[in-house]
Design a protein around this ligand. Structure first.
Ligand SMILES: [Zn+2]
Length: 713
């Protein structure tokens, strides 16, 4: 396959975040390059004509097996329970009329139009009926009353923004992802409810980027500094906001292309929903540091004259998170600890596995502390629950969902069920399966059960054959030879495909793709198999991952110049130690073979010092120590160092213009810089999907590894 760039990303040095978001936003205008279409026409191996209505010329319709599975699934679901639809639309004050929200850069930051297709038909044979239901529910778009004094703007981003009336103004919970979508939400809110009163406080419920990224669309930093607006967050917020996403950040970004299907257009055969909401906005992210941290397990204080009780819930949905109870309103803000889905214990984009039992216990605590009297519960995604009975019902079921998962998966593990089989064995009880909000739209029973075992036992299933697996290409070649060659494998794979045995078919055809990544017929067949498995999924991340892999097998990974830029706010939030640790990850140790030097780094404005050592082709640092005889001592204020951390100004330039002072051998810096590589999120996942780099790309030296880009969940 030749250059398979899509028009959206050709040659524009737009920020990487916009690149990723822009791809998703550009989905409805998605076109394939003519070179590929020409090649497609000559592909003799493709038996069927392009499917009408499918965005891809190689796309296939759902098979009768897939249609049967979806029909059967539909017949077992509790469709009689329509309370979610009542709750989702309750309290609508005004819908948002404009379907698009523009970004400062002139591109589309948010586009609701492309998600409307889910309402145009009663059912779709390529979408799981339960996922379709969730996708429809997530299409709320406007300003809603929760109760008098509490309002939400929903559907402007992946997350909701909530406004609570204080004594003198509005207390805002979780300002979404982008300044632009937050600004649009605030405008709509003010037109109908806000009375022109200002924002007096902002509360970040937790560390994920869809709960703080748009704060600059709501308040000015100088007002925060002047104490006019208080910004409240759980203790440890700044450390954990960035640290979760730095070390493996590039790998996580790449995996987002699968979990969130960033390349797929919104379509019955493509992207349908992101489970927590419709998608991630592509505007301008920013971060203002909190000015009031909640450190105790339970803290009670007034915010703009309104008494609030904060409950810290560390290591649940996020490393740092907190619920808030407003006693005078009997209103419980449950953050993202409880929403209208089973959440992720293991998240496909990659993150440390979460603690299901701990999560369950914090929900239990919220139930017993606040849930016994709360009359409404509202959250940062989805819609509120009204009436104490309903609040208790949801809290109790969610408590049990995570406890059951933890306990019963370990119950099975203790009887020998392994990480590679538990998803075929573990099942939640029927009473939980019959509650819509416990179903696996975002987290899935399959991934979460494997995640619990990963947390306690790790990846090994106990079979030594899985301890030291050989390279897949090597074993694949032996399998291909023994199975009688490529043609026989394709024939058998096609036979299994025709019988609807997709999970077995994928394993056989994958052997061939691993052994021979150039075999287009094999890749196309594997894509067809993945596509059917994708259509069958209730879980958005599973559907997206199978369909995204099918897309890349058929089309290749889109190439073209991309650039990334870390938001200055995000870099400021990163500790120097975290940055230095990440340099050790970026360093290619083969390039550092035999190097040996010691650098003392001193940042006088924040009183930090580091001893950085290169030894054994390993770059280490230790805070609070200095070497006695360093090869180089570098003194620079941390506030100036940030320009270099962002990649905006090389250290050499800082020395040249006198911003940084040095003693010793400054040539060490060039040696160190020469060991660094830039991570590229376009690496191959499926074999044979990487298109050859174009000349334009080779010239694209500006590409920068994403350092701690905000992760939304
Ligand atoms: Zn979220």
């Amino acid at each position: 396959m030749k250059n398979t760039s899509t028009p959206q990303n050709q040659g524009n040095a737009i920020p990487r975040r916009n690149f990723i978001g822009g791809l998703a936003a550009a989905g409805s205008a998605f076109t394939l390059p003519s070179t590929l279409l020409g090649q497609e026409a000559s592909q003799a191996a493709q038996p069927a004509a392009p499917l009408k209505g499918h965005f891809h010329p190689k796309g296939k319709a759902p098979s009768k097996f897939t249609i049967d599975i979806l029909k059967k699934a539909g017949s077992t679901l509790p469709f009689d329970d329509t309370r979610d639809f009542d709750e989702q639309k309750k309290g609508l004050i005004a819908p948002m009329k404009e379907m698009k929200i523009m970004a400062e850069g002139g591109h589309v930051a948010w586009d609701m139009e492309r998600f409307q297709f889910v309402h145009k038909q009663e059912e779709f044979d390529s979408i799981h009926p339960s996922l379709l239901r969730q996708a429809r529910l997530n299409n709320n778009y406007g300003v809603y009353e929760v109760i008098p004094g509490i309002y939400q703007v929903r559907g402007f981003d992946l997350s909701n923004i909530t406004f609570v009336r204080g004594k003198t103004g509005w207390i805002a919970f979780d300002p979404m992802i982008s300044a632009e979508t937050v600004r649009a939400a605030w405008k709509l809110f003010q037109e109908h409810v806000g009375e022109g009163l200002p924002v007096t406080a902002v509360i970040y419920s937790h560390t994920h980027g869809d709960h703080w990224g748009g704060v600059r669309g709501l308040v000015k930093e100088e007002d925060v500094r002047a104490g006019k607006v208080v910004v409240i967050a759980p203790d440890g917020f700044m450390d954990h906001t960035i640290s979760e996403n730095v070390y493996a950040g590039n790998a996580m970004n790449r995996r987002l292309f699968y979990q969130y299907a960033l390349l797929l257009p919104a379509s019955p055969h493509g992207f349908v929903d992101m489970a927590l909401g419709k998608g991630v906005s592509a505007g301008t992210p920013g971060l203002i540091a909190p000015t009031r941290l909640v450190a105790d397990a339970i803290e009670e204080f007034e915010v703009d004259g309104l008494k609030m009780i904060f409950q810290n819930t560390p290591n649940t949905e996020a490393p740092r998170e907190m619920n808030t109870y407003i006693p005078s309103m009997k209103a419980l803000w449950i953050a993202e600890n409880v929403c209208a889905t089973q959440h992720n214990i293991y998240t496909l984009r990659g993150a440390p596995v979460r603690d299901a039992l701990n999560w369950s216990k914090y929900i239990a605590q919220a139930l017993h502390r606040f849930g016994m009297e709360a009359e409404v519960m509202f959250a940062s995604h989805h819609w509120p629950r009204w009436g104490n009975a309903r609040v208790q019902e949801v809290l109790r079921a969610q408590r049990d969902l995570y406890a059951h998962l933890n306990n019963q998966v370990l119950h099975l593990a203790n009887q020998g069920v392994t990480i590679n089989q538990v998803h075929n064995v573990y099942e939640p009880p029927t009473s939980l399966k019959n509650q819509w909000h416990c179903r696996g739209y975002h987290g899935s029973v399959e991934n979460n059960s494997r995640g619990v075992i990963q947390r306690f036992l790790g990846y090994w299933d106990g079979n030594p054959v899985n301890l030291l697996p050989p390279p897949e290409a090597e074993s694949g070649a032996v399998f291909v030879e023994m199975m009688g060659g490529a043609e026989k494998i394709i024939a058998k794979g096609q036979e299994l495909y025709n019988q609807g045995k997709y999970k077995v078919a994928q394993q056989i055809v994958n052997k061939l793709v691993q052994a021979d990544p150039k075999n287009e017929t094999a890749k196309d067949l594997l894509a067809d198999i993945f596509e059917q498995i994708g259509y069958q999924q209730e879980n958005a991340g599973l559907r997206n991952s199978f369909l995204a892999a099918a897309y890349e097998l058929r089309t290749g990974i889109p190439q073209g110049a991309i650039a990334s830029s870390s938001s200055p706010d995000v870099v400021r939030a990163m500790s120097t130690e975290l940055f230095l640790n990440f340099l050790g990850i970026r360093m290619d140790s083969k390039k550092a073979e035999g190097m040996r030097f010691t650098i003392n780094l001193i940042t006088p404005d924040n009183g930090e010092k580091f001893c950085i050592e290169m030894e054994n082709a390993t770059l280490t640092n230790i805070e609070g120590f200095l070497a006695e005889k360093p090869d180089l001592t570098l003194t620079i204020n941390r506030s100036d160092l940030e320009m270099s951390m962002m990649g905006a100004k090389p250290i050499e330039q800082q020395i040249k213009d006198g911003t940084a002072k040095f003693e010793g051998d400054v040539s060490i810096l060039a040696k160190l810089a020469a060991t660094m590589i830039e991570f590229d999120p376009r690496f191959e996942i499926m074999p044979g999907t990487k298109a050859a780099a174009s000349a334009e790309e080779k010239a694209d030296a500006a590409f920068e590894a994403p350092v701690g880009a905000a992760m939304c969940e």
